[in-house]
Each structure stands twice: as C-alpha cells, then as structure tokens.
Design a protein around this ligand. Structure first.
Ligand SMILES: Nc1ncnc2c1ncn2[C@@H]1O[C@H](COP(=O)(O)OP(=O)(O)OP(=O)(O)O)[C@@H](O)[C@H]1O
Length: 272
C-alpha cells in the first residue's frame, strides 16, 4: 500500500508564561493510502496540535509532514478536516446544499457542484434535508452535513478531530458506521483523533496510542478484526475486548522506554 502521509520527528513548542511548553515531541508515523488510522491519547496530550500540524494550519517547531511525498507547508488543497464542533463549522445562513457545495465553489462549475453535493448528501442519508438550514437540524444531522461537505470535496486525506464527541451515543454509533461505509465506497484515507478507546478499535485499521504531553507514539497497533464491523457482534468479540484492554493499558501505563523523550531518559537537562 503506497504511503499517503508521512510524519517524521514532529515536535511543537508553544510560548508559555514561564518559558516554552513542549506539546508534542519526536512524533513519527505513516498512514498508507486508503487506511483509517485512529489516534488516542490522554486529555491535553497534543492531539489537536498534531492534527493542526498535519493540516498545515500550524507550522511545527521541528520535523516535517509529507503528503504524497510533498512537504506540507500550508493547508494542502486535497485535504479536508471535520471538527468536533459542528455548530461552528457550518454556515447558518446557507442551506445544507449550499454548505456542502461551498468548498467546491472555485474548483467546479455550478451543475457539477450541485451533483457532487447531491451525491454526498445521499451518502450520509440527508437527501431530504438539502433545502433546510443547519439550525433546523439535530446535532447528529448537522455533523452528517459536515461529513457530507468533506466527502463532496473528495480529499486525498480526511482529518477528523473528535468528530463524534458531541452527539448522543446512538447517533455516535450511526455516524461511526456511516464513516466505515463511505470510506469503503470512496476509498478515503482517514486520520481520526478520538478520546474513546472503544471507538478507536471499532473504526481503525490501526490505532496509534500517544503518551501524555509531550505526546510521543507509545504504540502503533494493527487492528486485526474483520473489515466488516458491527456495533454489537464486533464489540462483543474476544479480539475486540482484548484490543481495547491493550489500548487502555498502554494509555494508562505506557512502557517507560517510549513514555519519555530519549534525552530525558539519558538524564540530560532539558533547557526549555
Ligand atoms: N496556542 C497555544 N498556546 C500555548 N499552549 C497551547 C496552545 N494550544 C495548545 N496548547 C497546550 O498544548 C497542550 C496540547 O494541546 P492540544 O489541544 O493539542 O491537546 P489535545 O490532546 O488535543 O487536548 P484534548 O484532549 O483536551 O482535546 C495543552 O497542554 C495545551 O494547553
């Protein structure tokens, strides 16, 4: 499988009141074309910093990000992001149809834009809502619109930052299955950040477990579950239960040799 995304030795430091705060440090991993990779990590460990660096919104202090081999230095044209907060990501003054068409306004003519949006809304089961406004929809439906907008754009890489964290449990399950279905239909490459261990195992082809801040990769696990997943039978399966326990263990007590940066383990003074 060709490599889509290559993150090498990525680090980011923020200016803080008392000097400098290292949010992520020495992060390296790759995502293959067509893979769905989930990232889990403790709260505040730097997951959003990582996604912002991958999307070109934030320039990392060290290391590099490559998409199809090209160095990411600004927001790449073939990338889309779905955030947790759907209420702030949709334009309230535009209809659902217009919201989905919006990112295509420069690339495509009107008829093609309409058709793309129509297909994407159909994929997420919102055909009947095209003429409505976001505020007329439930939270789960609004997040479906945000997903449809990303799909209509047909990005090479879809980044998702806790996309289902703000919806109720039933809707969350439906949206998880929707994501699995459409990524198969479109062969989309997805990098998804979640707080939820079960979700990471249910959705992922791989799960990257991060340490607490400064985030490093504690483990890169292949999810050896059948590609066809089901909210009840998959979650009940022995393999699923074993994998979620492994992720939980790695999150709560990461192996000492990866939990701290090499220079700290060597006893060097970190001057930041
Ligand atoms: N602009 C900023 N300036 C200074 N510090 C920041 C800035 N943005 C984030 N941080 C700090 O960097 C660390 C990592 O933040 P980040 O939002 O990337 O973590 P996260 O894992 O996404 O958090 P959460 O799990 O709460 O969503 C946090 O301690 C945060 O306070």
């Amino acid at each position: 499988m060709p490599t889509m995304l290559e993150v090498t030795d990525l680090g980011h430091r923020y200016a803080a009141k008392d000097g400098v705060y290292t949010a992520i440090d020495g992060l390296s991993f790759t995502v293959g074309s067509g893979e769905l990779v989930c990232i889990v990590g403790p709260s505040g460990c730097g997951k959003s910093t990582l996604l912002r660096s991958v999307s070109g919104l934030l320039r990392p202090t060290t290391g590099q990000v490559r998409l199809h081999g090209n160095l990411v230095s600004g927001v790449p044209a073939d990338l889309a992001v779905v955030f947790q907060d759907y209420s702030r990501s949709l334009f309230p003054w535009l209809s659902v149809q217009r919201n989905v068409e919006f990112p295509l306004r420069r690339a495509l003519g009107r008829a093609e834009r309409r058709e793309r949006a129509r297909q994407a809304l159909e994929q997420v089961g919102l055909t009947g809502a095209a003429g409505k406004y976001p505020w007329q929809l439930s939270g789960g439906m609004q997040q479906r619109v945000a997903i449809a907008r990303a799909l209509a754009y047909r990005p090479a890489l879809l980044l998702m930052d806790e996309p289902f964290a703000s919806v109720d449990a039933q809707t969350r399950f439906e949206l998880e299955d929707l994501l699995l279905r459409v990524r198969r239909e479109q062969d989309t490459t997805v990098l998804l950040v979640t707080h939820d261990i079960d979700e990471s195992v249910y959705l992922g082809d791989r799960v990257l477990v991060l340490s607490k801040s400064p985030a490093r990769v504690v483990a890169d696990l292949t999810v050896d579950l059948p590609a066809e997943r089901d909210q009840i039978t998959t979650r009940e399966s022995e393999r699923f239960v074993a994998m979620r326990a492994e992720v939980a263990r790695l999150l709560h007590s990461p192996p000492a040799e990866v939990a701290a940066p090499a220079r700290e383990r060597a006893g060097a003074v970190v001057g930041e």
